[in-house]
Design a protein around this ligand. Structure first.
Ligand SMILES: [Zn+2]
Length: 180
């Protein structure tokens, strides 16, 4: 799914959760941040090159908006980094390992990780075999589920319509709960 929709859906989930239990503001913000980070990770090597002045800033934009096979040419090392960072951010195996490690360390679930999980799960179904299949079982396999590409026009429209409906629902129910 696109970056904006990932962030908004996580925000909707957090807003809904905050009505049921006390979620500190910082935890809420961290949850939304972790819902968008998986798509930003892979851009870091390119951003580093832009900051160094060895890559044109427009290449970063072209990379972020590329279709499969249309990405700007990258050096083998940068291509390797972007590839593996993308896989790490989209892997349920890595997310599970980090979740268990955090759970062991904190003795409880670290809530912001649910933002990351939302990204992993949503992307499995909103990418297709032809459109960056999500490597959910990386590092064991690059296999990805052949779902529906999120940039399919009717799905994109439906997704944002659902987002608007969810935001309206949250707003209406906030009014109802605060009404005298
Ligand atoms: Zn993604």
């Amino acid at each position: 799914m696109d970056l904006l929709a990932h962030g908004i859906w996580a925000g909707i989930g957090v807003a809904w959760g905050r009505r049921r239990c006390a979620i500190p503001r910082r935890t809420a913000l961290a949850t939304v941040a972790l819902a968008v980070v998986p798509d930003l990770l892979q851009g870091l090597p390119l951003l580093a090159l832009v900051l160094q002045g060895t890559l044109d800033a427009s290449a970063l934009l072209r990379y972020a908006t590329a279709s499969p096979g249309q990405e700007p040419a990258l050096s083998p090392l940068v291509a390797l980094w972007t590839h593996h960072l993308h896989c790490i951010g989209h892997s349920a195996v890595i997310a599970a390992a980090v979740t268990l490690l955090a759970w062991w360390w904190l003795r409880r679930l670290w809530l912001p990780l649910l933002g990351w999980w939302s990204h992993v799960v949503i992307d499995v179904f909103t990418h297709s075999a032809a459109f960056y299949p999500s490597p959910v079982f990386y590092p064991f396999t690059y296999w990805g589920f052949d779902g529906l590409a999120w940039n399919t026009p009717w799905f994109l429209a439906l997704n944002y319509a659902a987002i608007v409906a969810a935001l309206v629902w949250l707003r209406v129910h906030r009014r109802e709960s605060s009404a005298p």
